[in-house]
Design a protein around this ligand. Sequence first.
Ligand code: TXA
Ligand code: MG
Length: 331
Amino acid sequence: MRLTKVDPDAPQRELLKEAAELLRSGQLVAFPTETVYGLGAHALDEAAVRLIYEAKGRPSVNPLIVHVASPKAARELALEWTAAANALALAFWPGPLTLVVRKRGIIPDLVTAGGDTVGLRVPSHPVALALLEEAGVPVAAPSANLSTQVSPTTADHVMRGLGERVTLVVDGGPTSVGIESTVVDVTGAIPRVLRPGMISPESIKSVAGAVEIATQKELGESAKSPGMMGRHYAPRARVRLFNRDEIDAVLREARDATRQGKRVGAMVFVSLGAEGVREYIMMTNPAGYARLLYATFHQMDDARCDLVLVERPPSGAEWDAIRDRLERATR
Ligand code: TXA
Ligand code: MG
């Protein structure tokens, strides 16, 4: 594995040319997007795509997102471009939005886990965009972590998680959004959110006129977005979510755990003031919280915490995507 450091805002084209060449020749290249780092492979090269599943230990029933440099390039991969797809692409691309559309035959079945739809995204990170332009081919890229582990928001997370499984890591600094893109199915008349993200259902509705949100039950039954099932986005520690009104019970739990020699971490808005607890004070705005959420999980893993106490974010739709990731981490 090699590492190339590039300027996050104005990436050096010569450095990206080599990364692009590796992608075109079927190798795995990890790169930053505005959400999380992706593990990229030439999306139209089935052997290259297979390397992604192997490197991540990812079940092949979980489809990959295909990244391209422009809405036009995305459209060329779609069998059908609905009014909703068009409106949302215009409003939010480049950006942290994945559109699920009916796929064209040139996309290998392995990318879409055998399904007839494909997730497409034009990322806004300057490094991702420049790399995709240089590559000139669609790039399939899941988050660059081992399956079920925490998504990487720095090149260091990628290297420590995947190591020699990846040929090159393009280091473009820490990512800014911090959690994965909003995944929206636009194959029907009304866009349907399959995975919440920082682009909210309200903003989708304001652009497309209407929005539906897939329930956990539906996702499970239809296996429409298998990445949405089970434990995901989780640190190795047991995660316990709590409200301020449970504080006495939480402090007791922390004390009992530390007495048993366990390592306890806490992600809170106001200090617990508990002895021996490794504490992170979280931001009170959703964008700031999301940006540091996974980095904090990674730090809890590094500190080998056994138990992480997480204060529930306030109610309100702007916290939905964060609440989703936190709930998943407790499973
Ligand atoms: O922000 C992101 O989306 C990052 C960066 C690298 O772009 N990628 C990412 O990929 O999070 P991954 O593979 O970790 O998650 C992809 C999600 C999964 O929940 C998967 O089930 C869903 O998108 N997905 C992909 N293709 C789909 C399809 N055709 N139909 C339904 N869901 C799909
Ligand atoms: Mg992932």
